[in-house]
Design a protein around this ligand. Structure first.
Ligand code: AKG
Length: 305
């Protein structure tokens, strides 16, 4: 007998596996969404520029400092600036309006985001209903700010390229903290592309330092990209979008006067069902291993392919 659904309808599950993403309107209450937005703004206020690599180090030779700031951010709360907000090592905007994203250990280290991620029974219920993983763990989290006027574009990608396991198992949970519109860079998706787009490369730590891509399929063997049209998903504060790690998605630049804050975190499958290796840019530490989402693993999974 099929397990009883706790949060999703069968129609929502079918739509996720057909399209590669699922919008769940009103996943967080207005009150819970506003708590997260307030906390995100507090973190921006608390951000100290003192020892930030992009403002402290200015020459090309010091780029490795920025790499290190990124590569060791998995178990920290760190601030990544909009490129156009820093000129010659100086911030040309208020710091609160200059941060592109905050990451990548919010779900572990910040009490408010931890509660919204690891402590949220509705997230666990969605993970059980979707049956995407046997034993999901939370890998990373980010607040994406999409600042007014300069909020950077996120080009077309799929998440398993950047959060790679063998086989690919990334699953994104993306929660709008503010209204997302075509003007301020709402997400858009190529429905069904997760079924036809293999993970052709992966983002890795380079043996020589820094990061780069490793080919998994040589370019001549990568199938033509999925035909079809991108669908823009306007969202209201509190809406959740669950994102299959292989589905193509993107967001445009925010040229509007309205910010577009979102909170996102990713899950992956654990061994023995998937392997997470040392080439990945984000590495768990003995002090902070990846936290499990479910108390009891899902006995069966529907698909991660
Ligand atoms: O929030 C955005 O604009 C992009 C988010 C995204 O692509 C992701 O979480 O994978």
């Amino acid at each position: 007998m099929a397990a009883k659904l706790e949060y999703l309808t069968q129609q929502q599950i079918d739509s996720f596996y057909r399209d590669g993403y699922l919008v769940i309107p009103g996943f967080l209450s207005q009150q819970d969404t506003s708590v997260l937005l307030t906390r995100a703004k507090q973190l921006l206020q608390d951000f100290s520029l003192e020892d930030h690599p992009l403002t402290k180090f200015t020459t090309g030779d010091d780029n490795h400092v920025g790499d290190d700031y990124f590569l060791t951010s998995g178990d920290k709360i760190r601030y990544f600036l909009e490129e156009s907000a820093v000129v010659d090592g100086k911030l040309v905007r208020e710091k609160e309006k200059a941060v592109n994203k905050i990451g990548h250990g919010l779900h572990e280290l910040d009490p408010v985001f931890r509660e919204a991620t690891l402590g949220n029974p509705a997230i666990k219920a969605v993970a059980r209903d979707l049956k995407f993983h046997h034993d999901p763990v939370a890998l990373q989290s980010m607040i994406i700010c999409k600042q007014t006027e300069i909020g950077g574009e996120v080009p077309e990608h799929n998440d398993s390229t950047f959060l790679y396991t063998n086989p690919p198992t990334a699953l994104g949970f993306w929660i709008a903290l503010e209204k997302c519109t075509p003007e301020n860079g709402a997400l858009s998706f190529l429905p069904g592309s997760h079924l036809t787009t293999p993970i052709a490369k992966r983002f890795v730590r380079m043996p020589t330092g820094g990061t780069g891509f490793e080919e998994l399929i040589s370019p001549e063997n990568v199938p033509n990209r999925t035909a079809g049209k991108y669908i823009l998903e306007a969202c209201l504060p509190g809406d959740l979008v669950v994102i299959h790690g292989s589905v193509l998605h993107k967001s445009e630049r925010n040229t509007s006067p309205h910010t577009r804050f979102a909170y996102t975190f990713h899950m992956i499958e654990s061994p023995p069902y998937a392997e997470y290796d040392e080439k990945n840019w984000l590495q768990p530490t003995p002090e902070l291993p990846f936290s499990k989402i479910l108390d009891t693993p899902n006995p069966v999974v529907l698909s991660t392919a």
